[in-house]
Design a protein around this ligand. Structure first.
Ligand code: F6P
Length: 341
């Protein structure tokens, strides 16, 4: 058997752990050959490949990013995209694909599966918003990066008696904000799932100052004020129809200054949350996902995604992960709200 592997969408710590797990078990236990497709769906679309074997995957577990490269290419938005992928797979003798990605990459995998392409998915995103898996790898690393940033911001904010607004990633789901905010002892956590009141935030800021501490507000990039809309950088959309988010943290800082008279600064963590070495949790999860994905291929269980259910690696239908996003549930947000103000 010849298996193609690709990584699509935003990169994420742990991608190399999956690639290594897939290849190591595939070669050693099943005697498979592998083809590395470069830059997400662009690879099979344009026939862009790299060698994937025991040598090329050695030593990559602690490395961030992906040795295969990534892109947000959507073959369904390109003329004859699907036909070109099918032709290239046949030409290269690729029997099945392991697609490692988030809602967009796995959304494409879901459709390709229904069109006869043999594919198994692996859930990836720092946003942790894929359905039917308890966690995606990459999330733990980005939460730890954001938590460390918040810890550092506490001391500088207190020295200068300032409020600090920390904008973290999370387009539609506030998982990073929620976990990093709880772990970092934030004064408030604002997430896309719950529209926020600027007046309430200003009150929490004042009460934290009154207690003798400097407030840290953690806000997800996709958070929405009660009387406003999501803040976007410009009107352009990527090939999956996503806007570029930007500016909510800075906007909130200005509102806090106006309402409280307290100096307020903004830190946008941006891609720092996606770069660098994965945590131990993400190395273990990505490795387990990798070895279980190749087992699914070996058993001919296509159209499935490997998923974490409790401590077990399960297999779920691809569509069950991509048709709906996994959002922060109200009761989880309520646990965090206890500490606001
Ligand atoms: O989907 C992961 C993610 O990191 C989101 O949190 C963020 O909105 C987006 O990707 C940013 O994408 P890009 O790196 O393409 O700007």
């Amino acid at each position: 058997m010849r298996i193609g592997v690709l990584t699509g969408g935003g990169d994420c710590p742990g991608l190399n752990g999956v690639i290594r797990g897939v290849v190591r078990k595939g070669v050693k236990e099943y005697g498979y050959e592998f083809v590395g497709f470069r830059d997400g769906w662009k690879g099979p679309l344009e026939g862009l490949t790299m060698p994937l074997n025991l040598e090329t995957t050695r030593g990559i577990l602690p490395k961030g990013g992906t040795i295969l490269g990534s892109s947000r290419t959507n073959p369904f938005k390109i003329e004859n995209g699907v036909e070109r992928i099918k032709e290239n797979l046949a030409k290269m003798g690729v029997d099945a694909l392991v697609a490692i990605g988030g809602e967009d990459t796995l959304g494409v995998a879901t459709k390709l599966d229904s069109l006869g392409v043999k594919v198994v998915g692996v859930p990836k995103t720092i946003d942790n918003d894929l359905n039917n898996t308890d966690y995606t790898f990459g999330f733990d690393t980005s939460v730890n990066i954001a938590m460390e940033a918040i810890d550092r911001l506490h001391t500088t904010a207190e020295s200068h008696h300032r409020a600090l607004v920390v904008e973290v990633m999370g387009r539609h789901a506030g998982w990073i904000a929620l976990h990093a905010g709880i772990a970092g002892g934030a004064t408030a956590i604002l997430i896309p799932e719950v529209k926020f009141s600027v007046d309430k935030v200003a009150k929490w800021v004042e009460s934290r100052f009154a207690d003798g501490f400097a407030p840290i507000i953690v806000i997800a990039e996709g958070a929405i004020p009660q009387d406003g809309d999501m803040m976007v950088k410009d009107q352009t959309l990527d090939s999956f129809g996503h806007v570029k988010l930007s500016g909510i943290g800075e906007w909130l800082s200005q509102q806090i200054e106006e309402k409280t008279g307290k100096e307020t600064r903004t830190v946008v963590l941006g891609h720092i949350q996606r770069g660098g070495s994965p945590t131990a949790f993400d190395r273990v999860l990505s490795t387990r996902f990798g070895v279980n994905a190749i087992t699914a291929i070996h058993e001919g269980d296509f159209g499935k995604m490997v998923a974490l259910h409790g401590t077990t690696i399960a297999r779920v239908p691809l569509a069950s992960a991509t048709t709906e996003l996994k959002l922060v549930r109200p009761e989880l947000y309520a646990e965090a709200e206890v500490f606001f103000g």
